[in-house]
Design a protein around this ligand. Sequence first.
Ligand SMILES: *Cc1c(COP(=O)(O)O)cnc(C)c1O
Length: 411
Amino acid sequence: MTGFSTNAVHGFRSGAGDAHGALRPPVYDSVAFEQDSSEALSQVFAGRKPAHAYSRITNPTVEDFENRMRLLSGGLAVIAVSSGMAAISNILLALGSAGTNIVAGGHLFGNTVSLLEKTLKPWGLETRFVSMLEPLAVAAAIDLNTRVVFRETITNPQLEVAAIRKIAAIASEKGVPLLVDNTVSTPYLFRSKDFGASIEVLSSTKYISGGATTVGGVIIDNGNFDWRRSPRLAEWAAQMGPMALCGALRREVYRNIGACLAPHHAYLHSLGLETMSLRIEKSCANALAVARYLARHKRIAAVNYPGLEESPHHGVAAQQFSGRFGGILTFDLQSRDACFALINRLQLIRRASNVNDNKTLVLHPASTIFCEYSRERREQMGVRETMIRLSVGIEDEKDILADLEEGLEKL
Ligand SMILES: *Cc1c(COP(=O)(O)O)cnc(C)c1O
C-alpha cells in the first residue's frame, strides 16, 4: 500500500484520466451540468444516475478534493464544505434536533463554543460541557437524548490532549457516535478512525490549504457507526445503509444549508494537500524547538506544549500523534501588558488570528478570539489574561528564535 505523502501527491488515479492528459485536474468553475434528455436529468435528481447537476450539491473539482481526503483519512465518505464552522454546524444539525443534547469537551475553539451556546441553544439543542480528561464525567453526561460526543484532538488554545480511544469506547458503549475536530492534527498526525472516532471534522483553512489561501472545511464519516442507532438518521439508514450520514447531508442538510465549497477553493486545498506532510513535519519540529527555548527563558512564567516532557499531556500525545505534537504552543508572561508589549515588538512573527499557516503567527487569545466572554467564563475555558498563543510556521528555526529572543530581551 502506498504511503500518506504518495497518496497526497497522486490522489485517486481513475482509469479514464483527463481528456487532455492534464496532470492536475482542472477547476470546473461551472454552476450547472447538462444532460442529453429530460429522462437522464430526472435520473440524476433521483440519485439513480451518478452525475453532477448543480454545484451547491456536487462539483467535479470539489469531488476530487473529497476523494483525496477520503484516501488520506481512510474514511468511508467525505463532504467538503465552505469552512470549518460549516463542517461543525452541518454535522450537528444532521445529528441533533430540539430536545436532544451534545456532550462536548469544556475546552473548544472559541467560535465553536459560541455556535453551541448562542446559535444552537435557542433552537432547543443543548450542549453539556464536560472535561474530556475525566472519562467517568463523560459517561455520566450521556443520556438517552445524547446524539453525539464532541471533542477536539488537541484543544485550541489550551492544548489539552484527551485519550480519544477511551472516550470512543464510552460513546460506543452508550450507542452514541464520537465526533472529533481534527483541524490541528489532520489525518497526517492522527487517523481518528484507528482510535474509534466515528466522524471527523476539519477546518481545511489551516494545515490543508497550505499558506492560508482560502477558507474551507471537511466532514468525514469513518464508517464505523451504525446509523440506524441515530434517531435523525434512522430513515436514511434504512435506505442507504452505511452511507446514511453523508446521504442525509448531501440530499438534505448540506444541500439545504448551502455552505458549499467553491471549486477554486477546492483546487487550492487539493494543491495544499500535496505538500502538507512536509509542512507539518517542519512546523512541528520548529514548534518543539521554540517550546524548548521558551521553557528555559527566564522571562517566561510557563510554557504549554504537549511535546515538552513536563506537559501533563505528553504521554497521551506521544502515543496518539506518532511522535509529533502539532505546531501550536502557548506561554505565559507576568501580565497582560507584558503580553501586548512582546507581541508589539516582534518583527518576523506576524500578529494575526490563524493557525497552521506557513508563517509563524502570534496573538493574545483573551483579548481577541475570546473577547466576547466574561473574564470568569474565559478562566473556565482555560484562557488566561497572561497567555500568548504562537502558531509556529515553516521558516528557518533560527530566525523564529532570534525574533523571540530580541522581543523578550527588551521586556
Ligand atoms: C479554525 C478552526 C475552526 C473553524 O474553522 P474555519 O475554517 O475558520 O471556519 C474550527 N475548529 C478549530 C480547532 C479551528 O482551529
